[in-house]
Design a protein around this ligand. Structure first.
Ligand SMILES: NC(=O)c1ccc[n+]([C@@H]2O[C@H](COP(=O)([O-])OP(=O)(O)OC[C@H]3O[C@@H](n4cnc5c(N)ncnc54)[C@H](OP(=O)(O)O)[C@@H]3O)[C@@H](O)[C@H]2O)c1
Length: 325
C-alpha cells in the first residue's frame, strides 16, 4: 500500500484526504516512480477548487516531482529500475508516495541536482524556459515586467532573466518579497499593493513601456498589465492567482497600441519527449552552472498538503514549496 492525497469533490483545502492505495502496475508505456520530493504549484489549487477540471473524481493531485524508477512497462526503452528521474508535465497524481505516469513525461536527473531541487524546479523552471525562450524570446538589454516575482515561478524567472542580461521589473506585495526578488536578480521591483504599477513602469522604462509583460496574477492585474505593454508588444497571461480573466473586449488591444495577447500553457510546449528533454537540458544546464539556484522556501510532509496549499493561496510562501512523502 502507498499513501496519496486525493479529492472526491471540489472545494477548499479541506476536501483533500490522505488515503492508502495499492501500488499500481505500470502499463506498457508507463513507469512507476517512488517519489522522494513533490512540487507544490498554484495549478494544484485550480484543480482542487474546480477552476480546472480533472479527468474524473476522485482524483489525485499534483504534476511535479522527483524520485526513483521502481517499475517500468514492457515498451519503455529509455528508463530502467533505479534511475533518478523528475517530471513536471505529467497527469495528476504527484501528491503521493508513488506515481505511475507515461514514460514520455519523465527526464533523467543529473547527479548534480537533488530530488528536492528537481521537485522545486521542474514544472516552474520548464515554464520559465518556454515563457522567456519560446513564447517571446527575450534579448539582452530588454526591460520586461513579471508579476508575482517572489513566487515559485517568479524567482526562477528573475534569475533566468539576469543570466540573459534582461532587466526584469518584478511586482511583489511586500518589502520582504521585493528584497528577495532583487536578491534573485530582479532589476527593479514594484510593490503592487502600494505603488502605481503603470506609473512606475513608465518611469523605469523612460516612457517606452515593455515589449513583453508576463502576468500570472490574472483578474486583478489584467488592465494594468495591458497599460504596461509597448505598442505592438505582447501580453503573456499565463495564470489566475487572483482569478481568471474573462469577458475581454478585443477592441481594447487596438486602443492600447495594437497589442498581442497569448494564454499559453506548459503542456503545449513540452508536448513530446524531444521538446521536454530539450527544455529540461537548458534548465538543468543553468542550474548546474549556478546561474539558477533553487529557492526552497518551505517543506511540508505529504500529509500536510492542505496547509501547504493554504499557505500558497494565502500569499505566505516565497520561492518553491515542496512536499516530502
Ligand atoms: N501557464 C502555465 O504554463 C503555468 C505554469 C506554471 C505556473 N503557472 C502560473 O504561474 C503562477 C505562479 O505559480 P506558482 O506555483 O509559482 O505560485 P506562486 O507565484 O509561488 O504564488 C502565487 C503568487 O501570486 C501572487 N498573487 C497575487 N494576487 C494573488 C491572490 N489574489 N491570491 C494569491 N496569490 C496572489 C502572490 O505573490 P504576491 O504576494 O507577491 O502578490 C503569490 O505568492 C500561477 O498563477 C500559476 O497558475 C502557469
Amino acid at each position: 500500500m502507498a499513501k496519496r492525497i486525493q479529492f472526491s469533490r471540489h472545494g477548499g483545502s479541506d476536501v483533500l484526504e490522505l488515503v492508502d492505495q495499492p501500488a499500481a502496475e505500470p502499463g506498457p508505456q508507463e513507469v512507476r516512480v517512488r517519489n522522494r520530493a513533490i512540487g507544490l504549484n498554484f495549478i494544484d489549487t485550480y484543480y482542487r477548487s474546480g477552476l480546472y477540471q480533472p479527468p474524473s473524481l476522485p482524483s489525485g493531485l499534483g504534476s511535479e516531482g522527483a524520485g526513483e524508477v521502481e517499475a517500468v512497462g514492457s515498451a519503455v526503452t529509455h528508463l530502467k529500475v533505479g534511475d533518478r528521474v523528475a517530471y513536471g508535465t505529467g497527469p495528476l497524481g504527484a501528491y503521493g508516495e508513488l506515481h505511475v505516469l507515461p514514460a514520455q513525461h519523465l527526464v533523467k536527473l543529473p547527479e548534480s541536482i537533488s530530488f528536492e531541487q528537481a521537485a522545486a524546479l521542474m514544472l516552474k523552471g520548464l515554464t520559465v524556459q518556454y515563457l522567456l525562450r519560446q513564447t517571446y524570446r527575450v534579448d539582452a538589454g530588454q526591460t520586461i515586467l513579471w508579476h508575482a516575482a517572489a513566487g515559485g515561478v517568479g524567482l526562477i524567472a528573475c534569475q533566468w532573466a539576469r543570466a540573459l542580461g534582461v532587466q526584469l521589473i518584478g511586482t511583489v506585495s511586500s518589502p520582504e518579497k521585493a528584497a528577495l526578488a532583487k536578491a534573485n536578480g530582479a532589476w527593479a521591483t514594484i510593490d503592487y499593493s502600494r505603488e502605481d504599477v503603470v506609473q512606475r513602469v513608465l518611469e523605469l522604462t523612460g516612457g517606452a513601456k515593455c515589449p513583453v509583460v508576463y502576468d500570472s496574477v490574472g483578474k486583478d492585474t489584467w488592465e494594468r498589465s495591458l497599460d504596461c505593454v509597448a505598442p505592438r508588444g505582447l501580453l503573456v497571461s499565463f495564470g489566475n492567482a487572483s482569478g481568471a480573466v474573462t469577458g475581454v473586449n478585443l477592441g481594447v488591444l487596438a486602443q492600447k497600441g495594437s497589442l498581442y495577447v497569448t494564454r499559453p500553457t506548459l503542456g503545449n510546449y513540452a508536448n513530446n519527449a524531444e521538446n521536454l528533454q530539450a527544455m529540461a537540458d537548458e534548465l538543468f544546464g543553468l542550474v548546474t552552472s549556478g546561474a539558477i539556484k533553487v529557492e526552497i522556501g518551505r517543506r511540508y510532509a505529504l500529509a500536510e498538503a492542505a496547509q501547504a496549499q493554504d499557505a500558497l493561496s494565502g500569499r505566505q510562501t516565497t520561492g518553491s514549496t515542496i512536499l516530502i512523502p
